[in-house]
Design a protein around this ligand. Structure first.
Ligand code: GLA
Length: 385
């Protein structure tokens, strides 16, 4: 669905639900990470791009400190709460946590916030590792700004607020990557992020290259506990070296460090991935596709062997894509791991053949074909015209 269609959908539903017209409609995109996996919470480097799938919100301020939310993709489902009593989770309806969490963070930061009527819809596939949740929290924040609230909060501040909403309210210990690229992404570019300073740099994707995503249709349970376990291993490694984060350790320090073998492999993934991400950003900027492809392949091996977050179905998907590209394009698992998507950066001319090979040769353990998305690197969150 195009942004214009999503806009028409939320604006129409707004009038039906609340009467009159919304003051504004805004969008915030999902994302795919080209390289730099599990490096964000280690204060390292990532290279994601925002994609042309987004959450769209229609908004109007109210003068009574009440918030009414209509989520069109959740049934539809409605949620109402007041800003002047403590905002608490509704565990039976998880989607409400992203809206409530974001507004509670705004209040916790003593930011100005009126009552709101909100209508939400989107086309970021949920549960696929394309950050539908980050796009929702960032879209809610952007909607607040579109009615004059959250004054003085820049896009990076908005991303941090969205991350805190996930960390504190939803209970997901994610890093800053998803929210920051949703808020700061630039059309036609990947976004290099230093996750310590939160400095960003747009890296143009050469016009003859495309981004393709294939979803393995594998979703493992316990994803959060695996994620938190990997995070804990990285923190333990940083403590071992007496530093704030693995960012401060170099790959050369690992040998003879006395780390236990498992923690050493976890740390090695992060340290080598940071180096690969720096080199990949340069390779992409220079249009050196073969270099980029090599770095993406090494990243996948590191996730499979050292960080152990891939599953056989995802490995198979990468092998199918690599089989077609033969080095003239890169492919790796993307996102938190244990299923989800692979991302490929490839010449436009190779798209059909890759998609065809995936449709023909890939089946998930449940016999499902992959879902393939051809993506355009897109701009970050903004009001819609
Ligand atoms: C998830 C998290 C991100 C990041 C990735 C792994 O997407 O939300 O913060 O840690 O996993 O790179």
């Amino acid at each position: 669905m195009s942004l214009a269609e999503l806009r028409t959908r939320v604006a129409g539903a707004f009038t039906k639900a609340f009467g009159g017209r919304p003051q504004a409609c805004v969008q915030a995109p999902g994302r795919v990470n080209l390289i730099g996996e599990h490096t964000d919470y280690n204060e390292g480097f990532v290279l994601p791009c925002a994609i042309d799938r987004a959450t769209v919100v229609a908004v109007r301020a109210r003068d009574d400190r009440q918030v009414h939310v209509l989520a069109l993709d959740e049934g539809p489902d409605r949620d109402s709460f007041a800003l002047d009593v403590p905002i608490t989770p509704v565990p039976a309806r998880p989607w409400t946590g992203y809206v409530r969490g974001m507004l509670r963070e705004a209040l916790a930061g003593q930011l100005d916030l009126p009552g709101l009527d909100l209508v939400i819809a989107g086309d970021v596939p949920q549960g696929s590792g394309l950050s539908s949740s980050a796009s929702l929290t960032v879209a809610v924040g952007t909607a607040c700004q579109a009615v004059g609230a959250l004054r003085g909060v820049d896009p990076t501040g908005l991303a941090r607020m969205a991350q805190r909403a996930e960390n504190h309210f939803v209970g997901c210990q994610c890093g800053i990557m998803d929210q920051l690229v949703s808020s700061r992404g630039e059309a036609g570019c990947a976004l290099w992020i230093d996750c310590r300073s939160l400095a960003t740099r747009a890296v143009p994707i050469p016009p003859d290259l495309c981004v393709l995503i294939a979803h393995s249709r594998v979703r493992r349970g316990l994803v959060d506990s695996h994620y938190n376990e990997r995070r804990a291993a990285c923190e333990a490694a940083a403590r071992h070296f007496g530093v704030a984060a693995l960012r401060d350790v170099s790959a050369g320090q690992l040998a003879g460090s006395g780390l236990d073998p498992l923690t050493l492999r976890r740390a090695r993934h992060v340290l080598t991935e940071n180096e690969r991400t720096l080199r990949a950003a340069e390779a992409l900027a220079r249009g050196e596709l073969r270099n980029l492809a090599t770095l993406m392949a090494e990243s996948h091996v590191s996730m499979r062997e050292d960080f152990e977050i891939t599953v056989p179905a995802v490995d198979q998907l990468v092998a199918i894509v690599d089989g077609v590209l033969a080095g003239e394009g890169g492919c790796r698992m993307t996102g938190g791991g244990f299923g989800g998507c692979v991302v490929a950066v490839l010449p436009a001319a190779a798209m059909d053949e890759v998609e065809h090979a995936v449709q023909r040769h890939y089946r998930s353990p449940d016999g499902l074909p992959a879902a393939v998305f051809r993506c355009r690197a897109s701009a970050g969150a903004a009001p819609l015209p």
